[in-house]
Design a protein around this ligand. Structure first.
Ligand code: CP
Ligand code: NVA
Length: 311
C-alpha cells in the first residue's frame, strides 16, 4: 500500500482508508518488533530529526523506529541548522533531501513544516507544532483499538486546552466515526475557523462542552494534556487558575463509563491536570500510549520512505 501524499503533516492529509492501512501495518509489526523478528525493510535509509522544542517520546520513538527498519537517524537542533534565520527553508529542504531519506521536525510554526515539505523531495513528518500533533493522535487511536476495539461509535472527551493535541483529535474525527468532545473553560476552545475548515473537509461529530459532568457522561476515553503547552510557559500561572476545575481526579473519572480509558500524551504535570491516583490508576493506559508512538511512527516511516521491496 502506498500513501497518496509524500508527507505526514496533518491527519486530514489522508483518507480514512490510508490511515487504516497505517494502523493495520502498525498492528501487524508491533509483535514482530517486540520479539525481534521485524524485517529490516529500509537498510541504509536515514531519517533527520529536527527539534526546536524538547522531547522524550517523539525523539526516542522516531530514532528507534528508524533503527528497527534497518536505517539510521540524526538528531539536529536549531542551533545547528537555523531554519529561517541562518538559512531559508527552501535551501534546508533541498540540501537535506540530498543527504537523507526522510525528515521529522518538531517546531513552533506549522508553516515551517509545510515550507520544508514543499521544498524537500523526501517525506517530511510533523513531530508536533503549535497547531498539531498528528503522530500522537494516530498512535492514540491505535491504543484505543487495542483496548476497546474500533474507535467507531466511541466517545472521546478531551478535558483541557484547545491545543495541538485536541486539534489533531478534531481532525481525526473527520476521518473516523466517533464523537469528540472538548471540555475546556471558555476562551480555551478550538478556534471557529479551525472547526469550520475541518467540517468542510469531512463530517465530524464534535462538540465543545464547558461543564465536565455533562461532557464526561458516557465517555469511553478521558484524555488529558498539559494546560500550558511548550511555548506558553509565560501563561502557565494564569492557566492554572482557569483550568483548576478541569483537573482529572477520581471523582471526574467516576463520571465517565466504568470501562473508560484515561489517556494522556505525556509529559504530565501530576497534581495539576491529573492526579497520581488517576494516572497510576486502573483506567490509565498512558505507558501503552507512549509505547505505541514507536509502533505507529515506524509504520508511517515504512509507508512513506520508498523502497523496492514490499512492506
Ligand atoms: N507526547 C509527546 O510528544 O512527548 P514528547 O514531548 O516527550 O515527545
Ligand atoms: N500540548 C503539549 C503536548 C506535548 C506532547 C505541548 O505542545 O506541549
Amino acid at each position: 500500500m502506498k500513501l497518496s501524499r509524500k508527507d505526514f503533516i496533518s491527519i486530514r492529509d489522508f483518507s480514512r482508508e490510508e490511515l487504516l492501512s497505517i494502523i493495520e501495518l502498525c498492528e501487524r509489526q508491533k509483535p514482530e518488533a517486540r520479539n525481534f523478528t521485524l524485517k529490516p525493510t529500509h537498510p541504509g535509509r536515514v531519517l533527520a530529526c529536527i527539534f526546536h522544542k524538547p522531547s522524550l517520546r517523539t525523539r526516542i520513538s522516531f530514532e528507534v523506529a528508524m533503527m528497527q527498519l534497518g536505517g539510521n537517524s540524526l538528531y539536529l537542533t536549531d542551533k545547528e541548522i537555523g531554519i529561517g534565520s541562518r538559512e531559508a527553508p527552501k535551501d534546508v529542504g533541498e540540501v537535506l533531501s540530498r543527504y537523507v531519506d526522510a525528515i521529522e521536525i518538531r517546531t513552533f510554526d506549522q508553516k515551517m513544516v509545510t515550507d520544508l515539505a514543499k521544498y524537500a523531495t523526501v517525506p517530511v513528518v510533523n513531530g508536533l507544532t503549535d497547531l498539531l500533533h498528528p503522530c500522537q493522535v494516530l498512535g492514540d487511536i491505535f491504543t484505543i483499538r487495542e483496548k476497546l476495539g474500533d474507535i467507531e461509535g466511541k466517545k472521546v472527551v478531551f478535558v483541557g486546552d484547545g491545543n495541538n493535541v485536541s486539534r489533531s483529535w478534531l481532525n481525526a474525527s473527520t476521518r473516523f466515526d466517533f464523537k469528540f468532545v472538548l471540555c475546556s473553560p471558555p476562551g480555551y476552545q478550538i478556534s471557529d475557523s479551525f472547526i469550520e475548515e475541518a467540517r468542510k473537509d469531512g463530517d465530524c461529530d464534535f462538540e465543545w462542552v464547558e461543564d465536565p459532568g455533562e461532557a464526561l457522561n458516557g465517555a469511553d476515553v478521558v484524555y488529558s494534556d498539559v494546560w500550558a503547552s511548550m511555548g506558553q510557559e509565560d501563561e502557565a500561572k494564569e492557566r492554572v487558575e482557569k483550568f483548576r476545575p478541569y483537573a482529572v481526579d477520581d471523582d471526574m473519572m467516576a463520571m465517565a463509563n466504568d470501562s473508560a480509558l484515561f489517556m494522556h500524551c505525556l509529559p504530565a504535570h501530576r497534581g495539576l491536570e491529573v492526579t497520581d491516583s488517576v494516572i497510576d490508576g486502573r483506567h490509565s493506559v498512558v505507558y501503552d500510549q507512549a509505547e505505541n508512538r514507536l509502533h505507529i511512527q515506524r509504520a508511517i516511516l515504512a509507508l512513506l520512505i520508498p523502497v523496492e521491496s514490499d512492506i
